[in-house]
Design a protein around this ligand. Structure first.
Ligand SMILES: C[S@@+](CC[C@H](N)C(=O)[O-])C[C@H]1O[C@@H](n2cnc3c(N)ncnc32)[C@H](O)[C@@H]1O
Length: 332
């Protein structure tokens, strides 16, 4: 029996999320995958595997949490009892992921109805014609188009070329006047006019920003483009007061499209900016209460995702994060 494995050929592959904190888990997975075939890694080979994997994980995660690590392995021909393996990065990006959504998912990608929180805020600011709105990360225009139909002068920023094209075409087909800025909202060369808007919205967008510095830059831009007294409304995955996410949790939350901000982090990002907090509500709770019954749920993933259950596989209502509607007023 001790010799049988020399006559066994085996191969396999793994596609793994790019979470650097899972390094040891992934090393163990590969060792365990080849063990049934009598193949073992010598201690120095384990060290080499760990070094290669660490480097690839860091490279992949730095680029995007949607990248993956691909490991393929093969038993070496007899009489060797070793294996050969290749570790490579399958790079992805937010833009590439959304491009795939447009190819593989049935529209509407983000729901049929606009966010009721956004409709209520817009209505609170006056007659539609007097309320200029900027929708940052507008996607295919779920909010932009509905607000434009209701008579609000609309502008939109969208960073995914594939979604931007859909939004542009929909606006054109309906004859809606939407000023569209295609590109990254952090890009200073986008010619978004300063002091122009009464309302800036960022719906299901902030979780795409990976650092507090990026978030700060985004909110600085929002402060610039808002008119004095205007409102900023965004949704973000906020951690419960008593919950401090560790590194692994943060990385996996990103992998599951649920990047976490703690309240202390949000306070630090807002510090010194001309904003005062107005409201802080559960997105799930608010939208479930106000959306028409036929528009609920907005998408198949909305209920779990907004309540933090994509990142935390726990019973309903017990995840330590949830998507919140946060509204701030720009000081005059
Ligand atoms: C989940 S979709 C939400 C779309 C839309 N806001 C809605 O609620 O229907 C997130 C959108 O934000 C866009 N986005 C994320 N980060 C961005 C950035 N830095 N600049 C411009 N668009 C961004 C993405 O391309 C995507 O269209």
């Amino acid at each position: 029996m001790r010799r049988v494995h020399r006559r066994i050929g085996a191969s396999g592959s793994m596609l793994l999320p790019a979470a650097p904190s899972l390094l040891e888990t992934y090393v163990e997975m590969l060792l365990a995958a080849v063990r049934p075939f009598g193949r073992y890694f010598a201690p120095d080979a384990v060290v080499r595997l760990r070094d290669i994997l660490r480097e690839k994980l860091d490279e992949a995660y730095t680029r995007s949490p949607y990248s993956r690590i691909h490991i393929s392995w093969d038993t070496d021909p007899q009489p060797a009892v070793s294996i050969s393996y290749v570790v490579s990065v399958r790079h992805s990006s937010m833009e590439a992921e959304y491009e795939e959504w447009t190819r593989e998912r049935k529209p509407p990608l983000f729901g049929t109805h606009p966010d009721t929180k956004v409709l209520a805020l817009a209505a609170s600011l006056g007659k539609p014609a007097d309320v200029r709105i900027l929708d940052i990360g507008a996607g295919t225009g779920r909010n932009t188009l509905a607000l434009a139909r209701a008579g609000y002068p609309m502008a939109a920023v969208e960073g995914s070329p594939a979604l931007c094209k859909i939004l542009e075409k929909s606006a054109k087909d309906e004859g809606l006047d939407v000023e569209l800025f295609g590109g990254n909202a952090l890009d200073r060369s986008l010619p978004i006019p300063s002091g122009r808007y009464q309302l800036v919205i960022l719906c299901e967008v902030v979780y795409h920003l990976r650092t507090l510095l990026a978030l700060r830059e985004l909110f600085e831009r929002c402060a610039e483009v808002l008119a004095p007294g205007g409102l900023l409304c965004f949704s973000a995955f906020v951690a419960d007061g008593g919950f401090t996410p560790d590194r692994l949790t943060r990385e996996l939350a990103e992998v599951f499209w649920s990047t976490i901000q703690t309240r202390a982090e949000l306070r630090s990002v807002m510090e010194g900016l001309p904003f005062s907090p107005v409201s802080d509500e559960s997105v799930y709770g608010y939208e479930k209460e106000h959306l028409p019954a036929e528009a609920w749920p907005p998408t198949g993933w909305f209920a779990d995702w907004t309540r933090g259950r994509d990142a935390f596989d726990v019973p309903e209502g017990t995840a330590p994060i949830e998507l919140r509607w946060l509204v701030y007023k720009r000081s005059s």
